[in-house]
Design a protein around this ligand. Structure first.
Ligand code: ADE
Ligand code: ZN
Length: 340
C-alpha cells in the first residue's frame, strides 16, 4: 500500500454498521432496524441529499465523549491499514450540537480517539471543523465561536452538506474569523454545484483546497487558475459513483483528465462506510477499472502528501517515504506538476 495522506474523510461517514449497532445498544437508541442487512439496504442513493438524510439519521447513536473517541479510533485503525500516515479529518459539530450534544463532548472525544490511534498505530490525525451549509452563515459563525475555546483541537475549517442553493459566499464571515484565527480553510465545491461555487470558494472564502471540484472541468478559465495556483482538489471516485455525480462506470471518471490538465489532484474516501470503501479501496477500484497505473497511484499518493497541511519537514519526510516505496518497486515518481 502506498504511504499517503487522507484529506477528505468525514468522521461521521466512517460509522460502519457494526459500530452503529454497538452504539445504538450502548446508548439505548432506536434505529429504523437493528438488522445489519436491513440497515445496509438503505445505502442506495440517487443524489447527495438522499445520502445526507441517512447519514444524519444514524448520528443519533453518538452521544458521549467515549462514542466519538471510539469512532475516531476505529476509523484511524482502518485507515492505517490503507497506508494512511496522516489523516486530516472532517467533523460536523452542528450535526451533534443540534441534538443536544455539547461541543466539548464532540471535540474532546474525537481528539482522544486521535491520540489513542497515534499511540497504538503511529498514525497522525488532525481535525477540520466543517460548517453545515444548509444551516446558513449565521449558524456557522455561532458554531465557530462556540468551538474557538477548543481551538487547540482542530487545524482548520471546512464547508459541507447540501451544496446547491447554499453557495460559499454565505459563509464569508465564518471564514474570515477562521482566517484571523490562523485556521486552514477548505470547502466542498463543484460536487453538485457548478464552477461558480468553486470560484466563490477560492475568491470569497480564500480556501487552500477544494473538496471534490469535479465540475471545475466545465470552466476553462477556472481550470487555468487551479493549474497555475496548484490548488489541491480532493477527489472521491467511489463517492462520485454512489451519489451519481460521475458515471457508474469508473472507467469514465474525470480523474485522468484532471491529471492530464496538470491539476494537483489526489484520491480520498469521503464517507467510506456508505460509499464502498476507504482510500485503498478507491485506488484499487481505479486500478481495476484501468483508470490509473501503479505509477499514477504513486503520483496520487505523493499529491495527497503535497496537498496536506503537514509542516515542511513532516511533509518532506512523508514524501521521502512515498518515493522510497516506489523505488523499492522500480517506480520512479515524476516530479509534481508544480515542479515540472
Ligand atoms: N457530508 C458528508 N459527506 C459529504 C459530501 N460528499 N458532500 C457534502 N457534504 C457531505
Ligand atoms: Zn465530502
Amino acid at each position: 500500500m502506498w504511504p499517503t495522506a487522507e484529506l477528505h474523510v468525514h468522521i461521521e461517514g466512517t460509522l460502519e454498521v457494526p459500530l452503529l449497532l454497538t452504539l445504538a445498544q450502548r446508548n439505548d437508541i432506536a434505529l429504523p432496524s437493528h438488522d445489519a442487512a436491513v440497515l445496509r439496504a438503505r445505502y442506495e442513493f440517487s443524489c447527495l441529499q438522499d445520502f445526507l438524510d441517512v447519514y444524519y439519521d444514524n448520528l443519533a447513536v453518538l452521544v458521549h465523549e467515549r462514542d466519538f473517541a471510539d469512532l475516531a479510533l476505529a476509523y484511524l485503525q482502518r485507515a492505517a491499514t490503507a497506508g494512511v500516515r496522516r489523516a486530516e479529518i472532517f467533523f460536523d459539530p452542528q450535526s451533534h450540537t443540534s441534538r443536544g450534544v455539547a461541543m466539548g463532548t464532540v471535540v474532546r472525544g474525537l481528539s482522544r480517539g486521535i491520540e489513542q490511534a497515534r499511540e497504538l498505530y503511529g498514525i497522525d490525525g488532525a481535525l477540520i471543523l466543517c460548517f453545515l451549509r444548509h444551516l446558513g452563515g449565521d449558524a456557522a459563525v455561532a458554531t465557530l465561536r462556540e468551538a474557538l475555546p477548543l481551538r487547540e483541537h482542530f487545524i482548520g475549517v471546512g464547508l459541507d452538506s447540501s451544496e446547491v442553493g447554499f453557495p460559499p459566499s454565505l459563509f464569508r464571515e465564518a471564514f474570515e474569523i477562521a482566517a484571523a484565527e490562523g485556521l486552514h480553510r477548505v470547502a466542498h465545491a463543484g460536487e453538485e454545484g457548478g464552477p461558480d461555487y468553486v470560484w466563490e470558494a477560492l475568491d470569497v472564502l480564500g480556501v487552500e483546497r477544494i473538496d471534490h471540484g469535479n465540475r471545475a472541468l466545465e470552466d476553462a478559465e477556472l481550470m487555468a487558475v487551479l493549474r497555475h495556483r496548484q490548488i489541491p482538489l480532493t477527489v472521491c471516485p467511489l463517492s462520485n459513483v454512489a451519489l451519481r455525480t460521475a458515471s457508474a462506470d469508473l472507467a469514465e471518471h474525470p480523474l485522468p483528465v484532471m491529471l492530464d490538465e496538470g491539476l494537483l489532484v489526489s484520491v480520498h474516501s469521503d464517507d467510506p462506510a456508505y460509499f464502498g470503501g476507504y482510500v485503498d479501496d478507491n485506488v484499487a477500484a481505479l486500478r481495476s477499472a484501468g483508470v490509473v497505473s501503479e505509477a499514477t497511484a504513486g503520483r496520487l499518493a505523493a499529491n495527497a502528501v503535497m496537498s496536506s497541511f503537514l509542516d515542511g519537514d513532516a511533509k518532506a519526510r512523508l514524501l521521502d517515504e512515498v518515493r522510497a516505496y516506489g523505488a523499492a518497486r522500480g517506480i520512479e515518481l515524476l516530479a509534481p506538476a508544480s515542479a515540472r
